[in-house]
Design a protein around this ligand. Structure first.
Ligand code: PXG
Length: 289
């Protein structure tokens, strides 16, 4: 497996960055998780755009333009002869000294592209659905570290994940600072009620997920009404269906939340329909390599 670092390919064992890299020292950097299906990179433009937006927000200048970065992703996939892949794009502030000041990194951001075989959750999760809980750790406040920034500092989500696994659950619902449902640790959340789809708006503690956007588009195409609206835990409990969306998980049904059975305790009809349509889309939509 070859890893791209700043324009060169390195064997996995040789793919290293400095211990003075501010990505390691401070989580100062941004990232994206992308997937390719049958040599088609799904929503590559959207991921590259979001990476640049995250970088702009933290005043991190990428050493290469979008077109070059796109080419580098494709080159890494080809170098590794991957057909179905998971792609991790990481940009750190670069090597500096022990001080916080990003100026010490002299604008030399580190660009890393790791590609691997596709990560799949166990099939049983998709068939039977997940059991999840709400955890005490609330999502980062947008006015502190905006969840729209996919930064390398993921401790907020990691703490929530730890709380979920401590309780024997696979995923966690994170609330925003007002107590509304924000999202899960690495996925967005949707509920279905009376044939309508609801997901929290992106303005509070919610990342504007690319899978989330795709699912909303697929549902609207199908004439299913979609609402970006605040959701309370109560509304999750009494929903007919619930599911999570993310690049890694794709669309995954949820059948139990905080001990409450959702709907009839099985993945719902609308959820299963969206899973099927999402699969069809990934087979034909994407950047070819
Ligand atoms: N919310 C958060 C907090 C995320 O990190 C999503 C939603 C879904 O967004 P996309 O654009 O992927 O539909 C994410 C994405 C992991 C992992 O290992 C998760 C993400 C990225 C990389 C790895 O679970 N998150």
């Amino acid at each position: 497996m070859k890893v791209y670092i700043n324009g060169k390919f390195y064997e996995r064992e040789e793919a290293k960055v400095s211990v003075f890299d501010h990505g390691l020292l401070y989580g100062d950097g941004v990232f994206e998780g992308i997937r390719s299906y049958s040599r088609l990179v799904f929503k590559l433009k959207e991921h590259i755009d979001r990476l640049f937006e995250s970088a702009k927000s933290i005043m991190l200048e990428l050493p290469l333009p979008k077109a070059e970065l796109t080419k580098a992703v494709i080159a890494t996939l080809k170098e590794n002869k991957l057909i179905d892949a998971y792609i991790r794009l990481v940009v750190t502030r670069g090597e500096g000294d022990l001080g916080l000041d990003p100026r010490k990194c002299r604008g030399r951001a580190t660009v890393i592209i790791i590609t691997d075989k596709i990560m799949l959750y166990p099939e049983k999760y998709y068939k039977e659905g997940l059991s999840i809980i709400t955890v005490p750790t609330v999502r980062n406040l947008p006015e502190a570290l905006n969840p729209q920034i996919k930064s390398l500092n993921y401790l907020n989500n990691i703490l929530a994940k730890i709380e979920a696994t401590n309780a024997g659950c696979d995923e966690a619902i994170m609330l925003d600072s007002l107590g509304y449902v924000a999202e899960c640790t690495g996925d967005n959340i949707f509920v279905v009620r009376d044939g309508h789809l609801y997901t929290p708006p992106q303005c509070m503690g919610t990342l504007r997920g690319i899978t989330r956007d795709t699912v909303m588009e697929l549902a609207r195409r199908d004439k299913t009404p979609v609402h970006e609206h605040v959701i309370t835990r109560h509304e999750v409990y009494i929903s007919d269906e619930c599911f999570l969306t993310g690049t890694a998980a794709e669309i995954i049904p949820v059948v139990k939340v905080d001990g409450r059975v959702i709907g009839d305790g099985k993945p719902g009809k609308i959820t299963l329909g969206l899973i099927r349509k999402f699969k069809e889309l990934t087979k034909k939509d994407g950047v070819k390599y």
